[in-house]
Design a protein around this ligand. Sequence first.
Ligand SMILES: [Zn+2]
Length: 241
Amino acid sequence: MIKKMTLTALASSVFLFSPTLFADSELKQSVYEDNGRLIELFEHFHANPEIGFMEFESAKIIANELKQLGFEVHEGIARTGVAAVLKNGEGPTVMFRADMDALPVKEETNLPYKSTNPTKDRFGNPIYAMHACGHDAHMTWLLGMAKQLAEAKEKWSGTVVLIAQPAEELIMGATAMAKDGLFNKVPVPDILIAGHVHPLLPEGSVSISDGRRMAGTDRLTYSFKVSVVMVQHLMSPKIPL
Ligand SMILES: [Zn+2]
């Protein structure tokens, strides 16, 4: 609980929003009015999933939307990564990350916007994919947030950096972007927020805490020896060794 309060206070202070902004009916109305665009984007992302490091089309859509909103956009970081900066006067730098990649599974839903076509993996092999981890929603809320931030600049100050990251499922995309010069292009943030959908939380609610959350992934390499000992079963002399 203390952790949750700490980050809540930090997040609200770094954004320097007016304390009433989140309860602002103007903001709610503005988000509501953007619903049509956001649903269209979500359904398009869902119907066109792309595997890690192959998110070329998703990245193109995100980059174009962010350019139209006035962000300074950097593309092709670690193949498909996008980083976008919006400077708005004095204040801290807040980075928000959304991941773009889908899982290599075949969709078997009856959704009208289900994915049907095989896509390609990063070696060019055909593969079925599905946004089964919610990254279609992540890309959508990144673009929704971008629009609200760009259109309500009088209500906050500081710098926002939005990241569309490749290959989260491969546990490689974030490191790949950092190694490919991300921080030569955008400022190092005072705080980084990486959101993820969660099926156990009630619809319309948000849960935050600092530190690692959900699948904080890592790699472990180990080796082991197996000794096989064959012992003739004394009671079954016919079993050949
Ligand atoms: Zn995920």
